[in-house]
Design a protein around this ligand. Structure first.
Ligand code: ADE
Length: 253
């Protein structure tokens, strides 16, 4: 089953990395049908303008509704009869993007992404997409910081979603034992050599339990490491959304 992804942006070149690595391979293998569209193709005035000053005043520019409406209508109408994409709009004012949301999006047959720039897209575009085009619209934030536009967020979201699709990652087992799949951060990992000379006369050794061959002891050690690491770096994951007052995220682990 091929998952279809459409991305609309004024900087289509920003999405070029989606040709690389596992995502590029998934596209070539036919697991992903990923299409990037230039919003300016839907701007028809002489200067192909896509933005204008905000009503009510304030800094910056707002993306005009008409090019967005045409672009989204063209994308939404380009599938099978009656098929509609779920519309994902990255923005710092959205719902937090999590592993759970990546799973939810990976279950959709078709996603469309609208990359805003400047101060955002005219709010009426969201109404139009929902009411006139019949799209489910989800505004999604990568985290509490501000990017210049949605493109880099789309790279992250597409990677998080696509790697969950059957066949994209060779070893599906590597998907279950990772951070954010069960609420704890991952344990530290080591490879050969068991004793590494990082500078002349300085050796750094792999924890001896990992060389012991005692699978029960290894499992207990790894679980303890996950708890300590989560407590040090992400206490919010252990105690719900409220971090304990005075707790530090800069533990030694
Ligand atoms: N666009 C700008 N800032 C963003 C953020 N934090 N997450 C997703 N998209 C964005």
């Amino acid at each position: 089953p091929t998952m279809r992804l459409d991305v609309v942006s004024i900087f289509p070149d920003y999405l070029a990395p989606l040709d690389l690595s596992l995502i590029g391979k998934a596209r070539r293998d036919g697991l992903l049908d990923l299409r990037v569209h230039d919003l300016r193709d839907f701007a028809h005035d002489r200067h192909k303008s896509v933005d204008d000053t905000p009503y009510g005043g304030g800094a910056g520019m707002v993306m005009k509704p008409q090019p967005w409406a045409e672009a989204l209508a063209a994308v939404a109408g380009s599938g099978a009869e009656g098929a509609r994409p779920r519309l994902v709009v990255p923005g710092p004012g959205g719902a937090p993007f999590t592993q759970a949301m990546a799973r939810e999006l990976a279950a959709e047959p078709w996603l469309a992404f609208a990359c805003g720039r400047y101060e955002g897209i005219d709010e009426r575009v969201y109404e139009y997409a929902a009411q006139d085009l019949g799209l489910e619209v989800s505004v999604v934030s990568l985290g509490d910081y501000v990017l210049n536009g949605g493109e880099v967020a789309v790279l992250a979201i597409v990677e998080a979603v696509a790697r969950l699709l059957p066949g994209v990652i060779g070893n599906a087992e590597s998907l279950v034992e990772e951070s954010h799949e069960d609420g704890l951060l991952e344990y530290p990992v080591f490879t050969k050599p068991a004793s590494w000379e990082s500078a002349p006369g300085v050796t750094r050794d792999v924890p001896t339990v990992l060389l012991s061959g005692d699978h029960g002891a290894i499992a207990r050690w790894r679980h303890q490491q996950r708890l300590e690491r989560t407590a040090a770096r992400r206490p919010d994951l252990l105690h719900g959304s409220q971090a304990a007052p005075g707790s530090s995220a800069s533990g030694a682990l």
